[in-house]
Design a protein around this ligand. Structure first.
Ligand SMILES: NC(=O)c1ccc[n+]([C@@H]2O[C@H](COP(=O)([O-])OP(=O)(O)OC[C@H]3O[C@@H](n4cnc5c(N)ncnc54)[C@H](OP(=O)(O)O)[C@@H]3O)[C@@H](O)[C@H]2O)c1
Length: 343
């Protein structure tokens, strides 16, 4: 049977959407490019003659149905996801096709599990939220690090970003998330999410060479905490982010990423290290590469390939680590996209 390689991308002309469209085309998929602004879509379409351009709005279910018609799956890159996730998932459920997104808003990620786990499972549909740098990569690394361990005393995720020039979408998503939690922070402790109102502590993390020891903001909870907590047994998930990256992010006039390569990648580098500890033993896994927005494209496109080919464990709302063979998934990105260390 030949695979339907048509895939709808909602939010196709955003910074991340463009990386996703480019990666899809490179890997032989036929993206339907969709989003709310017809003129921005047409401008993107001009760079990809022959692609289907289908404007759609989250306020107009019929337009979403038209955008998804004939697609094997939909990838949602339009954030803040608080506004886009539910309407696009509803359209995917009506079309009976898988849904993947790159959401890094904790509240939106949690909502996807809360509202759609049962409905998607009943419908036999696969939904993979946060299938990107935040949410997907850390979960795959944690799952690979855990290996045959049934549980861990704690799982730590340290993000070593050289800098972080946020896109308008990232800044807006952060603002929406902060509002939704009344300016408080979220942490995962004693087996559950808890709010904190004090300032996040500063600590040090010893990254593998060449990064070495770096000052980090502790309790920097990202989407990986939501995805890891869904399926790996541990009472404590601790996250750390390099201070340099947090400073960039907090700049009131934070500038967007600047491309230094023809493919749009910025000079930003990343190293994500996950440590699982159990009874005095520890297991580490890490991945490094360039540009957290750019890497989200091969992550979500590889997930798409596996979902559409049936290389996925179950149906319903699944995290990357639950849905896929984590080691095999990461290995598939080793040559072109990631440098990896796994136990
Ligand atoms: N998990 C991760 O690691 C990861 C990685 C990359 C991106 N992200 C997330 O993905 C989102 C997009 O990021 P980006 O870098 O692509 O930002 P961006 O360049 O600012 O693009 C945002 C896109 O979302 C669209 N959009 C926003 N609200 C919309 C709505 N209500 N209806 C339809 N379209 C809407 C925008 O369309 P208009 O131009 O018409 O406003 C634009 O196409 C952000 O939330 C970001 O946090 C997460």
């Amino acid at each position: 049977m030949t695979l339907n390689q048509t895939v709808a991308v909602f939010g196709a002309y955003g910074h991340t959407g463009r990386f996703v469209v480019s990666e899809l085309v490179r890997r032989g998929w036929r993206p339907i490019i969709s989003g709310r602004d017809a003129s921005k879509l047409n401008a993107l379409g001009a760079a990809y003659p022959g692609l289907d351009v289908r404007p759609a709005s989250v306020d107009d279910p019929d337009s979403l149905d038209r955008a998804l018609a004939g697609a094997a799956a939909v990838i949602n890159c339009a954030g803040p996801f608080a506004s886009t996730t539910a309407p696009v998932i509803e359209a995917a459920l009506r079309a009976r096709i898988p849904y993947l997104d790159v959401a890094a808003e904790l509240e939106a990620n949690l909502d996807t599990f809360k509202h759609y786990a049962e409905r998607a499972r009943d419908a036999g549909i696969v939904i993979v939220p946060a299938m990107a740098f935040f949410g997907g990569l850390g979960d795959l690394l944690a799952t690979a690090a855990m290996g045959d361990w049934a549980a861990a005393d704690e799982i730590c995720i340290a993000y070593g970003l050289s800098s972080w020039k946020p896109t308008p979408g990232t800044r807006a998503a952060g603002q929406v998330s902060r509002q939704r939690r009344d300016g408080r922070r979220l942490v995962f402790t004693n087996g559950q999410m808890a709010f904190r109102s004090d300032a996040a502590p500063i600590a040090e993390w010893k990254f593998p060479a060449p990064l070495g020891t770096q000052p980090v903001v502790a309790e920097f909870t990202m989407a990986d905490t939501v995805t890891i907590a869904r399926h790996l047994k541990t009472p404590e998930i601790r996250s750390y982010m390099t201070v340099a990256a947090v400073k960039d992010l907090m700049e009131p006039d934070a500038s967007p990423p600047v491309a230094v390569e023809e493919n749009g990648r910025s000079a930003q580098t990343f190293l994500v290290e996950v440590v699982a500890r159990s009874g005095g033993n520890e297991r580490r896994a890490s991945a490094s590469g360039q540009d957290i927005y750019a890497i989200s494209a091969p992550l979500v496109v590889e997930a798409l390939r596996r979902v559409v080919s049936g290389l996925v464990h179950g149906t319903g709302v699944l995290t990357a680590g639950e849905a896929f063979d984590a080691r095999d998934f990461l290995e598939s990105l080793r040559q072109e996209h990631l440098a990896l260390e796994m136990p």
